[in-house]
Design a binder for this molecule. Structure first.
Ligand SMILES: NC(=O)c1ccc[n+]([C@@H]2O[C@H](COP(=O)([O-])OP(=O)(O)OC[C@H]3O[C@@H](n4cnc5c(N)ncnc54)[C@H](O)[C@@H]3O)[C@@H](O)[C@H]2O)c1
Length: 319
């Protein structure tokens, strides 16, 4: 099996690469080569199966070598996140949409040359639902993104759908919720406070939370998201109905519940250590996530973390 991971040096990408090198694809053939690409790559990655292709994804030369012997699949994770995309929408579009289309076009070339139809697992986002969200979100909730990031991801989903219909890829677009717990870094993710909430409180430190205690959000742990990405790699897509996009199972938790779960798992007075300082913008974007039902993904074998203590526990697990 030959696979490519874009965004391999990102938060999710690094965990996925570690898992792929350690355990391969669950139930799949042996991984003979793993091409990885990102603006910069970890020089400590020396596994002989790795083909390291550092560089800008918007330049096809950066990653075209990954296709040299044919590709069985791609985990397409590279993206410009929400905050940056809103500030620089045109620049973000070259990555979030343009590079996705270029990858799809290259897959078409492989197929038309008689090669295998590659599986494309695309990391989309719940930002496609826009804000405010309806009273509940189900598999039938229409996408209505309001911000550049969500719009670009939705356009990329449609491109994956189209290429799948034409037989140029076998695509699965997963709408990821907030993934916990990202290491602290200025990444442009507006939702980064959620990761900091878990990280800081679990260490017994004080945290200034930019939402109210009753603010509800959707969250999944990094190991859970990696499990689901790997599940998508070998999914029988003939069981999907119509669209190739799926909302991943996730947990809806209030910030107060999250604090209580942290208190339970890490034996710290988490609730007492939070200063609640709601920011209107953040509360509107991340504090009113409605009940969510993901029957389509559950039927296909995708899973959530189960409950909030497990979410909190797995969020800080090395993946
Ligand atoms: N982390 C989350 O909470 C979350 C939630 C919803 C969706 N997602 C999606 O999941 C995927 C992975 O998320 P993440 O948290 O690992 O993101 P991340 O920002 O940590 O990683 C993305 C990677 O893409 C790379 N990248 C950006 N522009 C590039 C370019 N021009 N050329 C090459 N590489 C480039 C970055 O260098 C970065 O390493 C993304 O597509 C993101 O949109 C993540």
């Amino acid at each position: 099996m030959r696979w490519l991971v874009t965004g391999a040096n990102g938060f999710v990408g690094r965990a996925l690469v570690r898992r792929l090198l350690g355990h391969g694809l669950p139930g799949g053939g042996a991984l003979t080569r793993l091409a990885v690409t990102d603006l910069a790559l970890d020089p400590a990655w020396t596994d002989p199966r790795l083909l390291c292709l550092p560089g800008d994804l918007t330049q096809t030369d950066t990653w075209s070598e990954a296709f040299a012997q044919g590709l069985d699949g791609i985990f397409h994770l590279a993206s410009v996140p929400g905050g940056f995309a809103e500030a620089q929408p045109a620049q973000a579009r070259t990555v979030n949409l343009g590079a996705t289309q270029a990858l799809l076009d290259r897959c078409q070339v492989q197929v038309e040359a008689g090669g295998a139809v590659p599986r494309l697992v695309f990391a989309s986002t719940i930002a496609v639902y826009g804000s405010p969200m309806p009273a509940e979100v189900t598999d039938n909730t229409p996408a209505a993104p309001r911000m550049a990031y969500g719009v670009q991801k939705l356009m990329a989903e449609l491109a994956v759908d189209h290429a799948s219909r034409r037989g140029w890829v076998d695509g699965v677009s997963l709408r990821l919720p907030g993934v916990l717990a990202r290491p602290p870094a200025p990444t442009g993710q507006i939702s980064a406070f959620l990761s900091n909430f878990v990280r800081e409180l679990s260490q017994g430190r004080w945290f200034e939370c930019p939402t109210s205690p009753g603010a509800t959000t959707w969250a999944s742990s990094l190991p859970n998201v990696v499990d689901n990405l790997l599940h998508a790699a070998l999914l029988d897509t003939s069981a999907m109905s119509g669209s190739r996009s799926l909302l991943l199972p996730t947990l809806r938790v209030s910030m107060a519940e999250l604090a209580d779960a942290i208190a339970q798992v890490y034996a710290v007075p988490a609730r007492e250590r939070v200063r609640w300082c709601p920011d209107q913008h953040i509360e509107a974007l991340f504090g009113s996530f409605p009940p969510v039902h993901t029957e389509a993904a559950l039927r296909l074998g995708f899973v959530s973390d189960g409950d909030s203590p497990e979410l909190v526990r797995r969020s800080l697990d090395p993946c």
